[in-house]
Design a protein around this ligand. Sequence first.
Ligand SMILES: [Ca+2]
Ligand SMILES: [Ca+2]
Ligand SMILES: [Ca+2]
Ligand SMILES: [Ca+2]
Length: 551
Amino acid sequence: MKTILRSLFICISISTALFFAGEARAQSLSIEGILPGKAGYTVYLVEKGGKTSSAVVRANGRFSFTKVTKTRLKDASLQMSDANGSYAGPIVLGGSRAKVSTTFSGNLARARQNKITLGKVTLKSGYGVLTKQASKTLGVAIARASTKAINGRPLGAGELGVVNTGSTANVRSFVASMASDGGGDADRDGIPSAFDADDDGDLILDPSDPDSAGGDIPYTTMVLDMRTSLNSHVRAGLTDSAIDATIGGENLFVLATFVSLPQRQSSQATGGYIVCNTALPYCRPNTPTAYSSGVSESSNDFRRPWSELLTSAGYPRMEKINRLGAVVAAIQPRVGRAQFRPGDVYEAVVTSNTGEITRKTFTLAPYFVSAPALKSYDAGAGEVTVDYGSISPTSGSIPGSSPGNPIVLPPSGLLTMTFWRPQRAAIRSDEVGYLDWGNLNYGATVGDIQATCAGLFSSVSPDLVEDTTPFGTGDSIFFNQGANGSPYRDSVGDRAAAAGNTLSFTLDVKTCATRAGGSATGTSEIGLEARGENVTGGQTTARQRFYVQFQ
Ligand SMILES: [Ca+2]
Ligand SMILES: [Ca+2]
Ligand SMILES: [Ca+2]
Ligand SMILES: [Ca+2]
């Protein structure tokens, strides 16, 4: 493994060296276009590797990019966000009906040329299209039409890219390797991977898709207890006010955006910042509402209101994490869901002491609006339904809701948990309301023990498929040696939330509490968890905490 990694780094350094040598001689181009009546929109030039430049549409509808090279143009696309900061889709450059082109070939119409004139872009629902499409008048050649479309509309337009593009198991790993280039469009739905919530077209959302593991996919974490529990089937369900109190609450919900860097950039990088439309309050310049809560590796400097962490130009800052070779912004948005929407576009700019190193664009992926919630439990004396109706975020007490009122475990230490899946909001045009998020990994943790309870579960629901290799290096139970704390994968995909759809397992809490050297006495916290796949820096996670007492 080490040898492979080392040769990979060598390849990267050589290709970077060649790239820079070529760049020095390359001609500098400008790109101009018009989005009539769409002042305040932003157009992004997205390179295949994911690097982006942005241009805000001016009052006269014009936008322009300068100092663009031929090399950068090859396989690059143009993407838009609207005046509210929401993704508005790709600009179709050519083609028609079932196949369109959304990328430049990189070849210029004439050898000595310094300007590309796109002309007018006609805005449609979920995409734009160039009025003129001949390479002669544009000044640049467009790539062969290979984006799947219906009547000229890219398949992923208006759907955040969550469309079935017929990806099958044997092409998935190939597609996944392509998807790691954020500007590439592996599933050919017209939405580059960095903007696509399902970049391999199998309808499994990226945060929970093993094929997307390892990528720079922003992830969210939500930690609730019984009193603050939020789920379609708890109390009044997913009301706007209940969701807003959680998403916008204090220390309940975090969005983490990591940009991982190749070694050469990582050694130069000192930090970064986020560029958002002023219509997005949580990340806007000068007065972002978000609180920077940091990740476990963060310095205390980054645990404060984001508005206290601004660059001299007023942009909220990102932190360099040396151990991960990445820069990160981990924030509590402190706004409700109406102002925190899947499809929000933001740029992450990585900087060194001397200036900008690279810039990548992200869209906010679909996120959990709720956490798993215990419906009932059996601690040896029969099934007990959790009475959420008699507690609220600020009052009441039931067994499990606090260390002072724990669920008392039997001497065996066995606890059976029956629970509901977490939900997400509808994102596709054919979805309504809230959906149970499918294909997630489930498990439970005991106290603050940094070890998996894998191997100690029994009576597991048939929907849950066991990870056959949940232990880490040398059969280790410890997380820092690669053990999996969520060793069961849900075999059911996303579907409308229904109270009858539950999962369950029995955990030997006592043995798990002691297997890492701890003791099974007094009270302990149980973390019932739903997790996505490992992405840069962490995993999408939703957890419900409750308390048990050993005897
Ligand atoms: Ca897609
Ligand atoms: Ca795509
Ligand atoms: Ca997928
Ligand atoms: Ca997949």
